[in-house]
Write a protein that binds this ligand. Sequence first.
Ligand code: MSP
Length: 631
Amino acid sequence: MKTFISTPIYYVNDVPHIGHAYTTFIADMLKKYQVLNGNDVFFLTGTDEHGQKIEQSAKSKSKTPKQYADEISEKFKNLWDMFGIDYDYFIRTTDENHKIAVQKAFERMYQKGDIYKGEYEGHYCVSCESFFTQMQTINGKCPDCGKDTSLLKEESYFFALSKYQDKLLEWYDLNPECILPLHKKNEVIKFVQNGLNDLSITRTGFKWGIDLPENFNDRHHVMYVWLDALLNYVSALGYGGQEERMDFWKNATHIVGKDILRFHAIYWPAFLMSLGLELPKHIYVHGWWTRDGVKMSKSIGNVIHPKDVSDAYGVDVLRYFLMREVPFGQDGDFSQKALVDRINSDLSNDLGNLLNRLVGMSEKYFDKKISSKMTTKFYQKELDEIQIILEKLPLLMEQIHINRYVEELWKLFSLANGLIAKYEPWNLMKENKIDQTQGFLGLIANILAKGSLFLYPIMPRTAEDIATCLHVNISSDSFVHLVSNHQLLEDFVIKKIEPLFPKVENFKMAEVDFLKPPQEDTQKPISIDDFSKLDIRVGTILQASKIQKSDKLLKLQIDLGENKPRQILSGISKSYTPEELVGSQVCVLVNLKPAKMMGEISEGMILASKDEEGLSLLRVEKAKKNGSKVS
Ligand code: MSP
């Protein structure tokens, strides 16, 4: 079967972060799973390069929008290549064939009677590239991101979205799984039931967008960036041109974050209906990755760079963590501690150890030669148990319960570890039960072989390593043989590989800047009660020293008027030497949860301001007693 899977196309005003990597990993996982299941998959990703936001970002860097887009688009592409993302096509909305497709679509919608000219009057959020009525804003701020909106009054072409309200409701109704998780679908239904306004689909007042088709003779209009962007899904398949890949469109799945659900679940199906194209089969909606509870974004400065994580721990660990840690659809908070805990328990103890034990025993008892000939005779009950677990996995994947899929898969590995403890193969050998031991190792090897096929979409490199060790191919043929047909791997020689996932004793990544200056215009207003939760006090730095292996962190001992000084780690090493800090009074957030970094505990955070020239510590104007409150 031909299927289509897409990520959203990424705005080029931001370098890739964990949130982008998450969306891409999920799409890549689906592709890998479907390919194993014998489907012919077209996996699309790319970059969204037009619009006012990009034009402004480029200007602030003194670049042309195209130069700027070229640079950032390349960063996304390189990262996905480095991560082994199996995309089939990387689209850029500045591609010529995409522009033509968008103009063709505009004309077709116009001919259908769905586009008319009028005047838009209302609010616009440049950051979300989204229109709002006065009522929808929160005191003039964007209800989605909290930033200031601008008031627009300009000539515009409109798409008759209101015409599609009932058809959309019918689509949601007739297709129970078109939007998953279901609570997200229900949000969309409510929104549509409340009534849809027609949508402004052209903008004037800036240039960086696709022109209207020439025959409209309206050179000062450019296409609304979301109309342009959404059409990437079909322009990449040849829509408006040769249509050479449009047959993939019959089975389309989009992966999107919750912030862009409205665009995908309302505007996009309405555009498709207008164009007479089929609607997507699934829109899978995930939550946000936050840092200390705040959505990651460049403007807030709390971004975790996926490459930093993969350099420190490996890309498979990052994939595993993101997919295992939170239920799909919910928000998750990224923490290095949680990631290291996962490595040490799930990956090292459960999986790495299991493979090591199999390799060790096969070497010790059978010169690495494994046979499963005796497995069915002695271990049929266990084989049945394995089958029960394996049979649960496809449905979990189809319903995008990814963390449960991983949990269930891990039951397989735990089962194998439990069986080793139960059957104690070393005692079987002592008792000279050679056939039973052979059969047992054949059982464990088969658990790992079958498990590696299901692991592949989640951790492709690890699955390949296990498969190499067991002489299995990760392929749809193996899937048919070992999974669909319930066969066993029979005689093979184990190939020794490096142990998987040694335990991690110390954090490998310096904890990135705790010093993230909240930027007024990027956050929703807080109340005085919120502010009073922060306990900020004056303290004197008694000692300061560098931390080995970290070029950012300094270790400080600070007198805060308590019975002993506190140890605080601070990412200020690039701006201050230890010597110049000793004796200084600084402001310290003292009621921050203690955190461990580079094996050292930190009990608070010193405050500093940051710009492109570096950091500057916040100090009191006149000396104050240590422990004095800052308010
Ligand atoms: N360009 C639009 C999408 C157009 S698709 C026709 C866009 N781009 S984006 O770069 O801002 O976001 C792309 C995807 O990354 C979205 O699915 C978004 O939800 C996801 N993430 C961005 N930040 C995120 C987190 N902090 N956490 C999880 N995913 C988030 O929107």
